[in-house]
Design a protein around this ligand. Structure first.
Ligand code: AMP
Length: 278
């Protein structure tokens, strides 16, 4: 496994590779959810590259950039075990040198959900992912379904800017009790960890109502909200039943609809989602 912090050195190694390259962009503090992406990339390509970069541009001024968990040594040990070929770990100065002024702004699909609570978040995400794609030059890039809106935004950017790679979406990896794995779960104390299950439970309720032929998006959202309100440590940010491509809210739930939510558990903001299937 070769580890690079410089763009030029990474590029040189990448250009020496003849096989297909799968790429997994991350912010580090790796967990099994990230490793599932790495394994999938490894299985589908001749080599795999992982980036670790806590991207300051995607955090709002009141968000957790400074205290976002970091453990690069552990991350590298985990990636080594997965037989990762290349790791790119730039610092902020490498990615945003003095004079940097160019941003990628994906419109419309960034306006709702995460975008409305976290203004500027997706501008930071799209910009850093575009830069990483230009540096890594992957054949395929792997993203988790857990960040469903991020997937929509990246796919839109790749299509709109004629980027020459395939975006592969990987299902959400969960703890045995259903909690979606996330680097931010480390913020939760024991009571909050238990309370955090309410996200998965509320998605389960939506799925159950949907299977029982409930088609009103309003009722699905109300029932989810009622369940979450019973949990004293939880505070709803949003609950949404939306078109999976435009992310516009639906009045009628339909096959393929994206049910997503963001909930504060204590001070930690967690997100999760499911797709409604037949
Ligand atoms: P992050 O380090 O949080 O930016 O995540 C890096 C990538 O891993 C993103 O594509 C995430 O969607 C994905 N990811 C994070 N958690 C999970 C999970 N529990 N299951 C699947 N993919 C995940």
């Amino acid at each position: 496994m070769k580890v690079f912090s410089s763009t030029a050195a990474f590029r040189e190694a990448r250009h020496g590779m003849a096989c297909t390259l799968g790429f997994v962009p991350t912010m580090g503090y790796l967990h099994e959810g990230h490793l599932v992406l790495v394994r999938r990339a490894k299985a589908e390509n001749g080599a795999v590259a992982v980036s670790i970069f806590v991207n300051p541009a995607q955090f709002g001024p009141k968000e957790d950039f400074a205290r976002y968990p970091r453990d690069p040594e552990r991350d590298l040990a985990l990636l080594e075990k997965e037989k990762t070929d290349l790791v790119f770990m730039p610092d902020a100065g490498e990615m945003y040198p003095h004079g940097f002024v160019t941003w990628v702004d994906v419109a419309k699909v960034t306006e709702r959900l995460e975008g409305s609570t976290r203004p500027g978040h997706f501008r930071g995400v799209a910009t850093v992912v575009a830069k990483l794609f230009n540096i890594v030059e992957p054949n395929r890039a792997y993203f988790g379904e857990k960040d469903a809106q991020q997937v929509v935004v990246i796919k839109r950017m790749v299509a709109d800017l004629n980027m020459s790679l395939e975006v592969v979406v990987v299902p959400t990896h969960r703890e045995p009790d259903g909690l979606a794995m996330s680097s931010r779960n480390v913020y939760l104390n024991i009571e909050e960890r238990q309370a955090a299950l309410v996200l998965w439970k509320s998605l389960g309720l939506a799925r159950q109502l949907w299977s029982g032929r409930e088609r009103s998006a309003e009722i699905l959202k109300q029932q989810m909200a009622a369940l979450i309100r019973k949990e004293p440590l939880a505070r709803i940010d949003y609950i949404s039943v939306a078109d999976p491509e435009t992310l516009e809210e639906l009045s009628e739930a339909r096959h393929g609809a994206l049910v997503s939510l963001a909930v504060y558990v204590g001070k930690t903001r967690l997100i999760d989602n499911i797709t409604l299937l037949p």
